[in-house]
Design a binder for this molecule. Structure first.
Ligand code: SF4
Length: 87
């Protein structure tokens, strides 16, 4: 069976009312740890391979600025934010 990738619209729908969704692509992660240093409430690293883990994919508006800093600062482009429709 082939695994189906979630579309951006579906991900945004899951993000709920007014929220945003954080995505992390572990296949692109190079285990730098930058995101964890920037926002440890949202990002973590796997103890075995060092790749990113999401502690909270829906962190809320209070963490938005730090999350966007982490996304911008990821050297591998492995992080992204899916905005709800209309924003
Ligand atoms: S900043 Fe990017 S490359 Fe570094 S651990 Fe986080 S997701 Fe992986």
């Amino acid at each position: 069976m082939t695994e189906r990738t979630e579309t951006a619209d579906e991900a945004a729908e899951k993000a709920g009312e007014g929220g945003y969704l954080v995505r992390a692509d572990r296949s692109r992660c190079i285990a730098s740890g930058s995101c964890v240093l920037t926002e440890p409430a949202v990002f973590d690293q796997d103890l075995t391979d060092g790749f990113v883990l999401l502690r909270d994919p829906r962190p809320g508006r209070e963490r938005r600025r730090a999350v966007l800093r982490a996304v911008d600062g990821c050297p591998a482009g492995a992080l992204s934010v899916v905005e709800p429709a209309g924003e």
